[in-house]
Design a protein around this ligand. Structure first.
Ligand SMILES: *[C@@H]1O[C@H](CO)[C@@H](O)[C@H](O)[C@H]1NC(C)=O
Ligand SMILES: *[C@@H]1O[C@H](CO)[C@@H](O)[C@H](O)[C@H]1NC(C)=O
Ligand SMILES: *[C@@H]1O[C@H](CO)[C@@H](O)[C@H](O)[C@H]1NC(C)=O
Ligand SMILES: *[C@@H]1O[C@H](CO)[C@@H](O)[C@H](O)[C@H]1NC(C)=O
Length: 548
């Protein structure tokens, strides 16, 4: 209830308002006569029609602008790939991708906040990398022999290793131990108490990809496994390389979710900000979740070099300078870290540790019931030694303080990682498998790589296999050996395909129609741009001749 004086005051104001505005009276007078009313209605209708037409024109102009921006993004010049990233650029690109996506309405606030959101990952240059690959991949995937050949070849190549379990069938049948035709083989399996002989290979997988933790190598493992087993990937909308990080994941960020064009997703593994509830909308109930952590000290050094251009790091000269601005003392650190650890443990039954990468792969192999061949890999998206700079003990302490929550998280999961090994495999068997794994890697390196190892990006001969360069880090790549047989070349090619190119290739395979639409738009734009350029150049020469 309002006090009586206020009600009185309000009425007085309302009265004054009514009397003060003469047009209301005009309307009343106009509506009195029927003829005048009809004339009035006609005028209103005409105005409305005009307004609607205007709106249509504006919308058309807007959508053609978006298309132009998309095409621009698709046909970046190769030189841009290697120049230092400007903040403005990724800002623009983020707005562009936002404009293309359009549907995820809940993304809008995040996009408007792009300045403070400090999205560390630019999409810059990726499209050029992809453009180089696109034609190549589409021809090479068509010409490539079936996967089976590679499997046979791999088994041939490692004849005395325990055989890999049979390929998983996607029908829900009980998996039998693989038939072994070799007596020694059987014994090895038994003596190692190999659980892969009894378990069923998992093919519903979520990998929470984290930054600067060797996660690109794990992505390659998942991509290769999924591709060779005909599994479907929950890929980002519009051929993006990540699931709109750092916005929280939403089911409709995945291509095919909204259109319901994909029956079942098997693997979700691109960069995202995890939301358990939303991920569960996309992935089946029996999905296996895992992720990887790295020591926050070395991670900080790596992040600083790689993401030097982001707002948080841009204004400081060195990591030391950044660390001096220590955050406030977190008085509730104990409580918060306990909560975070509990939440991670609830969602992720396996957390790998980057510092023990091969041990992690062995653990992963057991958790997924895969073979060692499945987890054999080369290091991808790895920095050259030149751009590494170990931190002093004092700075390391600062980092731990700065990232106290991460530091606790890491210590906890490092401890559970080793506990898990002790309670399942045991260290001796772990060591044995780690050695087998590195022997396999050495063989693959010898077989696949021209130089037997990673090379600097400038030395990568095939431009479609150049890794995406970012920040001050020098990301190394590989050269394939010449004269490989078709099957071997396909295996080797997959092993060294960088993340962006592989993501795009899988998208093209899974959504050929959508990929075509993008390619056509890109070509159209490239053509129009080259004619425009031609005209401009001609005009320039005309002018110079006039002045001669
Ligand atoms: C994958 O699909 C191809 C073509 O449909 C088929 O030939 C091949 O056997 C499949 N591979 C597996 C492992 O299911
Ligand atoms: C943070 O606060 C706690 C309790 O208030 C105190 O014991 C601790 O020394 C403080 N740490 C730092 C680095 O200031
Ligand atoms: C991780 O665990 C291993 C094995 O227990 C230990 O040697 C190492 O010091 C731990 N690392 C950290 C940073 O706590
Ligand atoms: C290898 O692939 C090429 C085309 O890429 C094809 O002409 C050739 O016959 C293939 N060789 C074998 C042994 O399959």
């Amino acid at each position: 209830m309002l006090p009586p004086q206020r009600i009185a005051g309000r009425e007085r104001r309302a009265f004054r308002w009514r009397t003060a505005i003469p047009w209301t009276t005009c309307v009343r007078v106009a509506c009195c006569s029927r003829l005048r009313f009809m004339w009035f209605a006609l005028v209103v209708l005409t105005v409305l029609c005009g307004a609607l037409q205007m709106l249509g024109v504006v919308r058309q102009a807007r959508s053609s602008k978006v298309l132009k921006l998309v095409s621009e993004q698709l046909v970046r010049m190769p030189a841009e790939m290697y120049r230092p990233v400007k903040h403005k650029d990724w800002e623009n690109l983020w707005s562009v991708s936002a404009a293309i996506v359009e549907e995820p309405l809940d993304l809008q606030p995040f996009i408007q906040r792009k300045d403070e959101s400090e999205n560390p990952h630019s999409e810059e240059g990726r499209d050029q990398v992809l453009e180089d690959t696109r034609k190549k991949l589409s021809s090479s995937t068509k010409a490539a022999p079936p996967i089976e050949a590679i499997k046979l070849w791999l088994d041939q190549y490692f004849p005395n290793q325990p055989q890999r379990p049979a390929f998983p069938k996607r029908t829900p049948e009980i998996h039998k131990p693989p038939p072994s035709d070799d007596k020694t083989d059987k014994q090895t399996v038994k003596s190692l108490v190999d659980d892969t002989a009894m378990c069923h290979p998992k093919n519903h997988i979520v990998f929470l990809k984290t930054h600067k933790t060797a996660s690109s190598t794990i992505l390659n493992i998942l991509y290769r496994y999924g591709e060779s087993h005909n599994l479907t990937f929950a890929l980002p909308l519009n051929m993006q390389s990540q699931l709109f990080y750092p916005a929280f994941f939403a089911a409709h960020f995945v291509e095919g979710v909204r259109t319901r064009s994909v029956e079942e997703f098997h693997i979700l593994c691109n960069h995202m900000r995890f939301s358990s509830q939303e991920v569960r909308k996309v992935m089946p109930k029996d999905t296996f979740y895992f992720s990887i952590l790295r020591n926050p000290v070395s991670m900080m050094e790596s992040l600083f070099v790689y993401y030097k251009a982001i707002p948080a790091f841009r204004t400081v000269k060195s990591l030391e300078e950044f660390l001096i601005q220590a955050p406030e003392n977190d008085t509730e650190l104990d409580k918060r870290s306990a909560e975070v650890i509990a939440a991670v443990e609830r969602d992720f039954p396996l957390i790998l540790i980057s510092e023990y990468f091969d041990e992690s792969l062995v653990l992963l192999k057991h958790a997924l019931c895969w073979s060692l061949d499945d987890v054999s890999s080369f290091r991808l998206n790895s920095r050259s030694e030149r751009s590494r700079r170990p931190l002093s003990a004092e700075i390391a302490e600062w980092v731990k303080e700065w990232n106290s929550l991460d530091w606790r998280l890491y210590q906890h999961f490092n401890a559970t990682f080793w506990k898990r090994i002790d309670s399942t495999l045991g260290r001796a068997k772990l060591q044995q498998e780690v050695e087998l794994l590195s022997a396999k890697r050495r063989k693959l390196e010898k077989m696949c790589l021209q130089e037997g190892g990673a090379v600097d990006p400038a030395q990568v001969q095939d431009s479609s296999l150049k890794p995406f360069q970012y920040g001050a880090a020098v990301i190394q790549g590989y050269n394939l050996r010449l004269g490989l047989s078709n099957a071997t070349r396909q295996l080797c090619h997959r092993l060294i395909t960088p993340e962006l190119q592989y993501t795009s290739a899988l998208y093209t395979k899974q959504f050929p129609h959508l990929a075509d639409v993008r390619a056509v738009a890109a070509n159209k734009f490239a053509a129009s741009r080259s004619t425009a350029m031609h005209r401009a150049v001609k005009h320039y020469f005309d002018l110079t001749y006039q002045y001669k």
